[in-house]
Design a protein around this ligand. Structure first.
Ligand SMILES: NC(=O)c1ccc[n+]([C@@H]2O[C@H](COP(=O)([O-])OP(=O)(O)OC[C@H]3O[C@@H](n4cnc5c(N)ncnc54)[C@H](O)[C@@H]3O)[C@@H](O)[C@H]2O)c1
Length: 271
């Protein structure tokens, strides 16, 4: 038996049209999973699906807001009617918003609380709601794995991104909490883990880390590299090995963990 086989596993990725979600989607399809991607806008889903169909036709997608319980429920019903099960849920919809970031010349007292709340909504409730609605289907089969996406901002303070940090810290706790709840009440087949990516250049942080004019690092980008023992940013496909492991039976006794994928950033004191 291949411990790492994910052939035929039905994997649902929220934010599947984003930078990290689509890289995971591509990798999992190549490894014979059956894939469903969910993203907020129809055109994002369509673009992703037409690219992914070149790899395999075992992919479908839904336009759905992860904060909208009704549309999540109708997607869950459609998935169950079509596939009869959900093996893995990857909560990759999330991110930061400019208004919830403290500007270079600002302090915490300038924070926009409405934007702060929106970021918490997206990152925390945008993972809680899908994990409850799709998790209910997993519980019926007594089997399923949920993978959340945490961040380096969860464990220690990273300047400026206060709303994002608070929401990702909450994700770490929710990952542990839900892992305990599901295993205690529904059995060992249900697992909940998270990955904590270090710094990957994405849509939401590109301007913070790289100067548009010449592609050099900003002061913030430089500081991150100085504090990363491997001395570089991550590549999206470097998350795939951990995602594969957490989807597969190779991790069947693993639940409630948050796995850093960060080139050593979280292990380093900076000295
Ligand atoms: N890129 C990084 O360096 C990094 C580091 C750590 C953690 N993360 C986390 O990884 C996850 C993915 O990040 P990314 O860099 O791929 O971001 P991204 O912006 O490229 O992708 C996020 C996707 O989520 C979708 N989305 C946003 N709100 C949604 C909603 N309400 N309903 C449905 N879909 C919605 C977006 O349309 C987008 O396609 C996020 O949770 C992010 O916080 C990213």
């Amino acid at each position: 038996m291949d411990l790492f086989s994910i052939t035929g596993k039905v994997v649902l990725i929220t934010g599947g049209g984003g930078v990290l979600g689509s890289s995971m989607a591509e990798y999992l399809l190549k490894n014979e999973a059956t894939l469903i991607i969910l993203d907020r806008r129809e055109e994002t889903v369509d673009t992703a699906i037409s690219r992914l169909k070149k790899i395999s036709d075992k992919v479908s997608g839904f336009a759905c807001n992860v904060l909208d319980e009704k549309s999540l429920t109708s997607v869950a019903n459609e998935i169950m009617a079509r596939y009869g099960k959900i093996d893995v849920l990857i909560n990759a919809a999330g991110g930061n918003m400019p208004g919830a970031t403290i500007g270079v010349d600002q302090t915490i007292f300038d924070v926009d609380i409405d934007h702060f709340k929106k970021v918490v909504d997206l990152n925390l409730f945008g993972s809680i709601l899908p994990s409850l609605i799709f998790g209910k289907e997993m519980v019926k089969h007594k089997k399923g794995a949920i993978i959340n996406i945490s961040s380096m901002t969860a464990q220690s303070a990273i300047t400026r991104v206060v709303g994002y940090s608070a929401s990702k810290a909450a994700i770490d706790n929710y990952t542990k909490w839900l892992a305990v709840e599901l295993a205690l009440k529904f059995g060992e087949g249900l697992r909940v883990n998270a990955i904590a990516p270090g710094f990957f250049i994405g849509n939401q942080n590109r301007d913070l880390l790289i100067n548009k004019e010449d592609g050099s690092y900003t002061e913030r980008g430089d500081t991150i590299i100085r504090n990363t023992p491997m001395k570089r940013f991550g590549e999206a496909d470097e998350l795939n090995g951990s995602i594969h492991y957490l989807c597969s039976d190779a991790s069947k006794f693993v639940t409630g963990t948050v796995l850093p994928i960060d080139g050593g950033f979280s292990a380093f004191s900076g000295v």
